[in-house]
Design a binder for this molecule. Structure first.
Ligand SMILES: *Cc1c(COP(=O)(O)O)cnc(C)c1O
Length: 390
């Protein structure tokens, strides 16, 4: 066994695809300690700067005193607490839907929702750039999987019209995690209505960030529950804690409680974490200045990058990819940035298509304008220097 695995691992390193974990020695934040060295962090999904927010740390401590540490069992046995129920109600209000259901992670939520709603004889239409968890969920469901061209409604329309299925699901990310662009939700909602399909939006990167009240890409476009009946979000990104959720009609939530296996057959998340997420949600709602600040930083970063001639992807969200193309150059830029004290992730195939390697720069409300300016200066210098090597 060990030899067989070693051979596969060697293959992965020679093809340049080996990944390595880097050890963080401090809480999350604009500054953190990476393997003993202080650096500025531009790769987390902590868009509102809540992951280590002192009031939330206090809230978790107090909630652990009140609820203990573990939930003890799954939701359907004896692990479903008042804290979970209060969070469900708060998420429903936040997303302007009658009900919601909380899962241990966003990944499990996607698996649970899609496998409970679709089966053999159904079709699921996924944007080509959908998150891996949605691809896995679609495969596991047994439904026919069709992947349409990224944000291409006419490709989707053609596919929707070309077959007979019991049920059709259109599944998209609200904000694409490696590109930062938005799905054209109004067009997709119109197509769903026209073809009697159900629109599923995974808004992992939109919730808390977009929309006047932080309701995400669905609020940004002003869409109703009739237009987006199945809204999914994660709690570990802008909300700074951990978990996933789905919001929608009572019939949807009841169906998931009965049939979503990753909801039923797993230990309920710690109730103290649910209580803390509720506090984070309140903060996201009541402190719109966090949203405004991170979106101001996005504009500041884009203006600076434009004047330096840096090829950014067309994104208005805190995910700002710098398109590099070659994996080697992306990795080399990322390493040189780290030497200067900036942590920026190089994203390579298979996470993104061949020839589309990039630096995925993420901004957070925890950053100051000066820190973003410092990153721009470093990028400008290294970009020119590595272009000369090419
Ligand atoms: C991060 C992410 C998930 C998974 O959520 P976790 O809570 O991290 O498991 C699902 N969908 C999208 C689009 C994501 O970016």
């Amino acid at each position: 066994m060990h030899k067989a695995l070693a051979a596969e691992l060697a293959q992965r390193s020679t093809s340049g695809g080996a990944r390595r974990r880097r050890r963080v020695d401090s809480p999350q934040g604009a500054e953190l300690t990476l393997e003993g060295c202080l650096c500025l962090n531009f790769c987390s999904n902590d868009y509102l700067g809540l992951a280590a927010q002192p009031a939330l740390v206090k809230s978790l401590t107090a909630a652990a005193q009140r609820h203990g540490v573990g939930s003890g069992a799954s939701h359907l046995v004896c692990g479903h607490s008042a804290a979970h129920e209060a969070l469900e109600e708060a998420l429903a209000a936040f997303t302007n839907r009658p009900r919601s259901l909380v899962f241990a992670t966003g990944y499990m939520c996607n698996i649970g929702v899609i496998t409970a709603l679709a089966r053999r004889g159904d079709a699921v239409f996924l944007d080509r750039l959908c998150h891996a968890s949605l691809v896995d969920a679609a495969r596991l469901s047994g439904a026919e999987l069709q992947r349409f061209r990224h944000n291409d409604s006419s490709d989707l329309a053609r596919r929707l019209a070309s077959g007979h299925w019991r049920r059709r699901l259109i599944i998209v990310d609200g904000v694409y995690s490696m590109d930062g662009d938005l799905a054209p939700l109004p067009e997709l909602a119109a197509l769903a209505a026209q073809h009697d399909a159900w629109l599923v939006v995974d808004d992992a990167h939109g919730i808390g960030v977009l929309g006047e009240h932080g309701g995400g890409s669905v609020e940004h476009f002003g869409l109703s529950m009739a237009q987006v009946p199945i809204l999914i979000g994660t709690l570990g990104k802008a909300l700074g804690t951990a978990g996933g959720f789905v919001a929608g009609a009572p019939e949807l939530i009841e169906t998931l409680i009965q049939f979503a296996r990753p909801y039923i057959y797993t230990t309920a998340p710690p109730p103290a974490m649910a209580a803390t997420t509720q506090a984070a949600l309140k903060m996201a709602g009541e402190e719109p200045e966090r949203r405004r600040h991170v979106l101001d930083l996005v504009r500041h970063f884009r203006a600076g990058a434009a004047s330096l001639g840096l090829p950014l992807a067309d994104s208005q969200t805190p995910i700002q990819p710098l398109m590099v193309a070659s994996s080697e150059r992306a990795v080399s830029l990322s390493e040189q940035l780290l030497e200067l004290g900036f942590w920026v992730a190089a994203i390579r195939p298979p996470t993104v298509p061949e020839g589309a390697a990039r630096l995925r720069i993420t901004l957070s409300a925890a950053h100051s304008k000066e820190q973003v300016t410092a990153l721009l200066e470093a990028l400008g210098k290294l970009w020119r220097a590595t272009a000369a090597d090419d």
